[in-house]
Design a protein around this ligand. Structure first.
Ligand SMILES: [Zn+2]
Length: 179
């Protein structure tokens, strides 16, 4: 037995009417970076369909080195596979979406953070870097971090947004910008 059993039944329903998507440029020319929180599913809150946009999720939706590496690889892949090789062509926009009531907000408290570091073995600095206490502030930090990275393709733009758990609304706090 597995808790997946009932979900596999849903998958069976899904597969009955499924049509596969060919590998191609994501229909929205968008890549979303957001929190892994189960209340923040971009497919649901933004109405994404299969083939619309890749999504990278981690605790807080933070722009870590691993996220930057993935974005650099996806930009390279898009250029190689889809022939968007003229300097004027753009590849995609990265939308960084942080949210209110984020569970990582507890990590802004030094005592909580110290105990979390002791219990998990994750360095305190890494836990501190994943904290989202004020999503407007952390979105700005992360958009700037990504724009400043030497690994970011000049054909990739970056925007910032905040999702409000209380209202279900996403607000754009930073318009898309190229590095
Ligand atoms: Zn979160």
């Amino acid at each position: 037995m597995t808790r997946m059993t009932s979900l596999l039944e849903r998958n069976e329903q899904f597969a009955r009417t499924y049509t596969p998507e060919a590998l191609g440029v994501p229909a929205r020319q968008l890549l979303i970076v957001t929190c892994l929180d189960h209340r923040v599913d971009p497919a649901i809150i933004l109405g994404l369909q299969l083939g619309d946009a890749p999504v990278i999720r981690n605790a807080g939706g933070r722009v870590t080195q691993a996220v930057i590496d993935d974005i650099a690889f996806l930009a390279f892949l898009a250029e190689q596979l889809f022939g968007r090789q003229s300097p004027a062509d753009t590849l995609f926009e990265v939308a960084v979406v942080h949210h209110t009531q984020c569970g990582t907000g507890f990590l802004a408290d030094p005592d909580f953070r110290r105990r979390a570091a002791e219990a998990t073995g994750v360095p305190e600095a890494a836990l501190d870097a994943s904290a989202v206490a004020d999503p407007r502030l952390t979105v700005k930090t992360d958009v700037e971090r990504l724009l400043a990275s030497p690994l970011l393709s000049p054909k990739v733009s970056v925007s910032g947004h905040v999702y409000d758990i209380a209202t279900g609304r996403v607000t754009t706090t930073l318009d898309a910008r190229y590095p």
